[in-house]
Design a protein around this ligand. Structure first.
Ligand code: DGL
Length: 265
């Protein structure tokens, strides 16, 4: 296997939510080639067991390594929560995970809220990572199982989503959090609504943007940044093309979704 600055970045997720990370990478690093893998046949991971997620994650990481990626990005918070070490153990190239990136960006907070899928919150991975970077902080976690389907339904500014978010945010507001880490691929799309629910005094940490910053820093540090100026290539591998895939995918990516390849496992 040979990788260099022109090799693609491999990004993966349980489905299409990780396209929020791809979008942030495209904006921050416009010369980078990207290969994305979304396990659309087996999503959601957020309620699955640790063993199952670790098994699926290994399969996906190996697939991307065969594409000669120069860096692996775990865009899925649920995979990062329970299987980041599995990927780091098998990968010859650097592995970045979205939880570490989000935790770094939580610096500056003292009462920090974290929201994510039930598996992510149950793992305590965010609380551990944030404590490493912000040892004196108090962390309040909240699983928000209903937000992923509401985002996929496109109800980004809908009364049902607002009421649901208000209910989830109640305990965090009672703790007077000053920072909220959006610990799920889908939540960046809810930023305007969460801002309304939380008011202006709570800082929102978008882990997709945090990840793009971390990727930029690691590529620069290892002299692996693609100098351009050729137009980058984007490839999207998925395990299924479900109903409304194109519409939902383009909502996450913020642009047309081309070069979609279906992998049958
Ligand atoms: N990608 C997942 C995450 O960031 C959300 C969707 C799922 O449950 O698989 O946690």
């Amino acid at each position: 296997m040979s990788t260099n600055a022109h090799s693609p970045i491999g990004v993966f997720d349980s489905g299409i939510g990780g396209l929020t990370v791809v979008r942030a990478l495209m904006e921050r690093l416009p010369f980078e080639n990207i290969v994305y893998f979304g396990d659309t046949a087996r999503v959601p991971y957020g309620v699955k067991s640790v063993e199952t997620i670790a098994h699926f994650t290994t399969q996906i990481a190996q697939f991307l390594l065969e594409k000669d990626v120069k860096l692996l990005v775990i865009a899925c918070n649920t995979m990062a929560a329970v299987a980041a070490q599995v990927v780091k153990d098998l990968s010859p190239v650097p592995v970045l995970d979205v939880i570490d990136a989000g935790a770094v960006s939580a610096r500056g907070g003292s009462k920090i809220g974290v929201i994510g899928t039930p598996t992510t919150i149950n793992s305590n991975a965010y609380a551990r990572a944030i404590h490493d970077y912000v040892p004196d902080s108090r962390i309040h976690s909240q699983a928000c199982a209903l937000l992923v389907p509401l985002v996929e339904e496109g109800w980004l500014d809908h009364e049902v989503t607002r009421l649901t978010a208000q209910e989830y945010m109640k305990p965090l507001l009672a703790e007077q959090i000053d920072t909220l880490v959006l610990g799920c691929t889908h939540y960046p799309l809810l930023k305007p609504l969460l801002r309304q629910v939380l008011g202006d005094d709570v800082r929102l940490v978008d882990s997709a943007e945090a990840m793009a910053e971390q990727v930029a820093a690691v590529l620069a540090d290892r002299q692996l940044a693609n100098p351009g100026p050729a137009r980058p290539r984007y490839d999207f591998y998925v395990t299924d093309v479900p109903l409304r895939f194109q519409t939902i995918g383009e909502r996450f990516l913020g642009r047309t979704l081309d070069n979609v390849h279906v992998v049958k496992w």
